[in-house]
Design a protein around this ligand. Sequence first.
Ligand SMILES: Cc1cc2nc3c(=O)[nH]c(=O)nc-3n(C[C@H](O)[C@H](O)[C@H](O)COP(=O)(O)OP(=O)(O)OC[C@H]3O[C@@H](n4cnc5c(N)ncnc54)[C@H](O)[C@@H]3O)c2cc1C
Length: 397
Amino acid sequence: MSQSGPRPGRWRLVVVGGGSAAAIQVRRGDVPPQEVLVVAERLGTGMAFLGRSTLQSYAGELLLSGRSEELRAMMRAGDLRPSASEYDAYVQESLMRSGASVTLARVMDIQKNAQGFVLSLRTPGGVRRQVYADGVVLATGSTPRRPPEDLRAAGALTYDVVHRELAAGSSRRWEGMSVVIAGAGNSAMQTASLMAPDARDVTILANRYVGMYPAESDDRFAWRAPSQLAYELVVKSSRECGRQPWNVPCVRHLVHESLEADGDRIRWRYRETSNLGVLGSHSTAGRCRHAQARRVGGEDADGLWEETRPRDSVVVVWATGCTPVYPPGELMGSLEREPDGTVRRDAHGRTDVPGLHVTGACAGQRSVNETAPALTRAPAAPAQGREPELAVERATV
Ligand SMILES: Cc1cc2nc3c(=O)[nH]c(=O)nc-3n(C[C@H](O)[C@H](O)[C@H](O)COP(=O)(O)OP(=O)(O)OC[C@H]3O[C@@H](n4cnc5c(N)ncnc54)[C@H](O)[C@@H]3O)c2cc1C
């Protein structure tokens, strides 16, 4: 892959990232692809770790341009949804054929001076170099949230590790173990169904009940089709766990109060009153041989139950969502953050630093069809509703 363009030495726009947001920026953005350099550590979707698993979105919800046949060409005939691998290939092709130049490298720093932006890159071979740009769009994605320190020390994994190990065909470290998954969304439900066949039992510990879309919730980010399997396993195993000859994998779903590593044990607590719904009522204490709990705080403690397992018999998996990823450096560190960790930006993806934009997961956009290209040719005047001080350039080098 080479770097070429109408103005060698300085790009009109550098897009950092090689996923769906980068492709949408290049293909649907306001700068002709020929004037764009894409810098990415890897081309393809950040969902690639899901391997052959089917994505929850339908093909039509995942398009990067108006041309649906480009994605269809990567998919098995008759499928409604692509697998993560098929989608990965589509994103790669989409970028390679976009007309933009592409460089595989990690952006190590971004600085701004009177002429524009200076990006410091490190190639996979370890070569360091700089590129110059009038504008920058960060499409650097997000990464799974990490477990708290006590659970990390107890060997807790992030859920992507489970997908990666299954895709690589590695030995299943959860074989014959009790699996405890922290998380309430699709990732937790899908991880549960992947681990259930080999685990001794699986307990999903959620902080709230999300519900199946569209039967229980009209939020389209609620549990979707691939989560249905875990849903069904909870109910089925509550009736059949331990009964011959069915031997259904044991899966439970509890809205919990706490989960912690306590010496050589893992301990979690939940209230009966938080688990009166469909899955909770099929998961509470006594439902099967795995649901061995003790009441804590006495009879008046509003049905608080505690379960514990020896630490060496449990695999804890963290599936509580993602945090945004940005290149390192002083300029990035100086940007104001929203409570969810994303950098402050306006509706067009413009950050506090003029010329520096964000799009995709690192801009809090939750899905491909929610991803809009940043507006990089916007006039200098503040957009409607935007506080004037947001446009003040803070970082100079
Ligand atoms: C388990 C899971 C399932 C999901 N399923 C769906 C779904 O079915 N449908 C849907 O619409 N959305 C889904 N999402 C959300 C989806 O991940 C996002 O919508 C989309 O992938 C975000 O794309 P992106 O381009 O912003 O980030 P990514 O695809 O993560 O791309 C980020 C890119 O930035 C690069 N990068 C990062 N830092 C640097 C750096 N310093 N230098 C150079 N390159 C860098 C990375 O290498 C990567 O190429 C799912 C998410 C998860 C976690």
